[in-house]
Design a protein around this ligand. Structure first.
Ligand SMILES: Cc1cc2nc3c(=O)[nH]c(=O)nc-3n(C[C@H](O)[C@H](O)[C@H](O)COP(=O)(O)O)c2cc1C
Length: 167
């Protein structure tokens, strides 16, 4: 049977929905059956053989809906392979490193077994509603997501779930 994978994400400004889609595309190319869902909409984890969960970081915290996803699904998540990502730093140098998880993410990680966690660079698009003068004064505008690193992370997940190296 083809493994079924849930890619759940928490986003405020949309960037992590695109990260989730990029991960899902790699997993689908590897022959996996993939569902992407906002974390708040993902309720029943029973249909899935594996879960990939990621969240935007704000003030060094995952989005609340990602925490809630873990709280709701804790028992099920303990029985499945789980991968995590955070995104992410608005800085070319920081984005190029795999930063350690934020404390809030560490607390979640302590609670469920997981295969890997990666921190990817983030996106700050000044045209997104809600991005005001104050945010622009204190954060760097730009797209710091490294799609090749994101796809590498997804390829590793695919490899572990299928036992094959996707092309
Ligand atoms: C107000 C504000 C606070 C942020 N705080 C952090 C942070 O603590 N750590 C971090 O790595 N990135 C931080 N970021 C960057 C976001 O995580 C980045 O823009 C991310 O790509 C947003 O994801 P989203 O579009 O899915 O919401 C912050 C961005 C804003 C606007």
């Amino acid at each position: 049977m083809v493994p079924r994978v849930l890619v759940a994400f928490a986003t405020k400004m949309g960037s992590n929905a695109q990260v989730a889609e990029a991960i899902a595309a790699v997993l689908r190319d590897a022959g996996l059956e993939v569902t992407t869902l906002p974390a708040r909409e993902a309720r029943d984890l029973a249909p899935y053989d594996a879960v990939v969960l990621g969240s935007a970081l704000y003030a060094a915290h995952w989005q609340r809906e990602a925490n809630r996803f873990v709280n709701r699904g804790r028992e099920a998540l303990r029985t499945k392979p789980v991968w995590l990502w955070s995104s992410g730093p608005l800085d070319r140098h920081l984005a190029a490193r795999d930063l350690p998880p934020a404390d809030n993410v560490l607390a979640i990680m302590a609670d469920i077994p997981f295969r890997a966690h990666h921190t990817f660079g983030g996106l700050l698009d000044p045209t997104v509603p809600g991005v005001d003068e104050q945010i622009l004064r204190t954060h760097q505008v730009g797209d710091f997501r490294d799609w090749e690193r994101i796809r590498d992370y997804a390829r590793e997940i695919a490899r572990e779930l299928t036992g094959n190296a996707p092309g």
